[in-house]
Design a protein around this ligand. Sequence first.
Ligand code: MN
Length: 136
Amino acid sequence: MNLTILVIEDNEQNLYLTTFLLEKNGFRIVQSRNGTDGIEAAVRERPALIVLDINLPGADGYAVARALRGTRETANIPIVAVTSYAMPGDRERILAAGYTGYIEKPIDPGSFVAQVRSYLASADLRREHREEEGRG
Ligand code: MN
């Protein structure tokens, strides 16, 4: 079965591009255009990874990331921002909110999917580690 990725993004162009690139590479995409719907979709779909925009209508990405981290069903799902923020402190702010990491805008079609795959791979390693600790 294809891995599901949830994309929470209010910009139609970015939503289209990320969906297009990921679907072309065999992922199943669920789309949300605001944080409230996104949190619901995350709990329902249990995606392998969430691409979460920062500037969203209503609750912003930071608030959504904190909510996802605080919810049992979604606490361990990797969350990746796609952002053009590169100011000092933004990285720390993104990570402090609970994002796993970020991919820089503008989206580079040549490397975007590879970057997503690397976040998926590190999430696999962390899960194996948790499972080993659970056994020990
Ligand atoms: Mn946005």
